[in-house]
Design a protein around this ligand. Sequence first.
Ligand code: GCW
Length: 674
Amino acid sequence: MRIRECLFGLSMAVLAMGFQSCANGARRENRSGHDLWLGDITSTPQAVNKSLLSEYDNKLGDEGFRISRNDRGESVIYANTEAGLMYGTYHLKRLMDCNVKMTSDILEVPAYKYRILNHWDNPNGTVERGYAGKSLWKWDELPGQIRPEYEEYARANASIGINGTVLNNVNADARMLSREYLEKVKVLADIFRPYNIKVYLSLNFAAPKHLAGLQTSDPLDKDVIKWWNEKVAEIYSIIPDFGGFLVKANSEGQSGPQDYGRTHADGANMIADAVKPYGGIVMWRAFVYAAESPDRAKQAVEEFMPLDGQFHDNVIIQIKNGPVDFQPREPFSPLFGQLEHTNVMAEMQITQEYLGHSNHMVYLHPMWKECLDADTYQKGEGSTVAAETLGKVHGNTQWSAIAGVTNIGDSVNWCGHHMAQANWYAFGRMAWDPDLSSEQIVKEWLAQTFTPQKKFVEPVATMMLASREACVKYEMPMGLHHTFKGPDHYGPGPWDRSSRPDWEPAYYHKAAADGVGFDRTSKTGSNAVSQYHEPLRSLYDNAETCPDNLILWFHHLPWDYKMKSGRTLWDELCYTFEDGIREARSFIRTWESVEKYVDAYRYGQVHDKLVRQAKDAIWWRDATMLYFQQYSNMDIPSDCTQPQHTLDELRRFRLGITNYETPALDKLPEYTLE
Ligand code: GCW
């Protein structure tokens, strides 16, 4: 029996809140039996009281639902649509799995209209920055062979409210728009449709040239416009509810309208006009920067502000949470608070490109929430990134959207690290309700994925809630950023000189005899602070008021600079790293304390990775501080963990992976944990 039948097959049958098995001996659907938070499908309510409303309730919209008790004390789900009933059913299941009693009526409406996953999956099966095996999409098998994982994926997404997915990499292969691939995409769209999930594609802006052999891909050329209109018509004839396009243009070597002397607005509008009659949207990325710019963090605002107001209404500018590139901590991208007449959406990274790949346990919701809750002050207090992207600041909620770059692959546990599923789960829950706390979400996930027993959930939730800050401390304390070894972005390489200057760590840390950090102040630096509204501009501009956790993002300070704690900058860096190392070590002890609640398979895998994470924390500290020591000539305090490798040894170390891989645990520098 398929899960869809379990959920919808017996509409209106009466079942009070409680568990009941699906009929016909339904089995677990997951690949290894205990993988996803959805667990065993026999724990899905076979039938719940549910009712489509005869009159449209505006409060619920197309996806919301209400759950209330009927005269007999049974829970009944009401919604305007089948999708609303489905979300209500999953909500009820979540309450049951988490042992939460319903004490009053529930009304749930998703906050964002477009809640979208971005896959960076390539037609050859690799996943850019994917650390969970190969792509879930088996393009060589499609359209003929259909893996059960496709429906599992849809079901998992539906359970957390995801309603869209971009199937392919933003570094897009033009072939994805060929008839051959569209027939494959159609199969996935058909599988996802009953779960209220639309498919989207990333497009290659030069497709008219590459795919159709036109002379140009100039967005103002009439043959190019005609080609896109026909291509879009073809897509909608195959996939009538196709969602639209995601575009990376004139960024990191991708083609775009600027190749023809046109603007981002010219390019985005041409595509947007083509999909508009069908209700499609264009998510146009703001991730643009040129190698020659002295401050990469400023470029999105510089390029997009002059275009404010020129984008058509079904274009949404997709902005990474921070102004550089998914570092463990960045200030929010100032572009969110600058554009006034343009729709904006946030792009979060679920895959851990800069956060230990699938070797480190890092629960990311606190990082995303920090961004969404940040106040841009664009229209005074309360103009948070959440309010901006929900369209509340400028009163245009019709295009509210949020995207997450997924961490999903064909690995048995879906995400490469068992605990990384929490990030997939958290992204969906956040897109549905950005006000939910990190704690509530992680506890829900733990209860559903492992066990609701308090003695397990409490300590593990505490560990996971601390993990993002720990990662910041051991990878990029105090706003230091991009000190990663390139190009795989796993592990430290502050000395690395192997690529383009603005991809090299020295561009960001600027360590020298006079100190460390990127000067973005108004008087002596790049003046990136000017892109923030007051009071943030002044707060960041002044080293005395700039928060410690971003101080080296905005300031270049001497090694003996006196921090608020009274310590020198050098010592503060050492002790912040030390905190990160200590916390990473404590995660191992926490995990060991809950061994009896976890099956041996998952216990062992997570344990091995936590050990590696703690070792990596020391590796990061060793590499960074030994490298900086050449300039500071200061000692690592004696009460800190002492280095276990010399700078030379670390510099010689080669990982030998590509940016499609995560390193094997035994291929990393050896460290002893006390
Ligand atoms: O940070 C960079 C990544 C690239 C990625 C790019 C982007 C898809 O290292 O792998 O390309 O961001 O977001 O476009």
